[in-house]
Design a protein around this ligand. Structure first.
Ligand SMILES: [Zn+2]
Length: 188
């Protein structure tokens, strides 16, 4: 199975957001390892930019548009879109949305160039939320929505810390490069 991350970037921001895409590439490799450890699934990983040209129909891109993009690329591939807009309608509590072999989150733009910490806290963590839904669903887990939302509520409202991982994908308290939801209560 292939998990394909697609980073949507506006044409005029392509250069200034290159460093964010570099982080996305690292994050994709991290999630390959995390998915193996957490969900016992071996997957291939790919990460690409999708350049959105201004003034064309893609400038009003939204969830149906990327769902159509997912179908045209092939529904057997798990496409994960990192977008600059939030879904208009969603069950999710994290500005994300998922369906079979499909996920998206709103990727918040860092206010500061090179602020990896921001990308980790704001975006990387949200990606784990949607991945957890879809891999739990694919594992035949009935409460794949509620389980993730219970954990997420604790992150939002009960000061439960995220799990942090360093560049070698090892757990860390002070040297985090990647952040995920707390997986300790996930039992497959
Ligand atoms: Zn959710």
């Amino acid at each position: 199975m292939l998990l394909h991350f697609i980073f949507l970037v506006k044409e005029e921001e392509l250069e200034q957001r290159k460093w964010e895409f570099n982080y996305v590439e690292k994050m994709a490799k991290f999630y390959q390892s995390w998915i193996r450890k957490t969900f016992s699934k071996d997957i291939e990983i790919q990460a690409d930019e999708m350049i959105v040209h201004s003034g064309r129909k893609f400038s009003i891109i939204d969830v149906p548009t990327i769902l159509e993009d997912h179908r045209s690329r092939g529904i057997d591939i798990f496409h994960f879109y990192l977008t600059y807009f939030r879904p208009i309608w969603t069950d999710c509590t994290c500005e994300g949305y998922f369906a079979d072999n499909f996920a998206m989150v709103k990727w918040d733009k860092s206010p500061q160039l090179g602020d990896i910490q921001f990308l980790m806290e704001k975006n990387c963590s949200k990606v784990s939320h949607e991945l957890a839904h879809e891999f739990l669903r694919q594992s035949g887990f009935k409460n794949y929505k509620e389980v993730v939302h219970d954990i997420w509520d604790k992150h939002l409202f009960a000061s439960l810390p995220f799990e942090y991982y360093d560049e070698n994908y090892e757990r860390t308290d002070n040297d985090g490069l990647f952040a995920t939801l707390d997986t300790s209560s996930i039992r497959l």
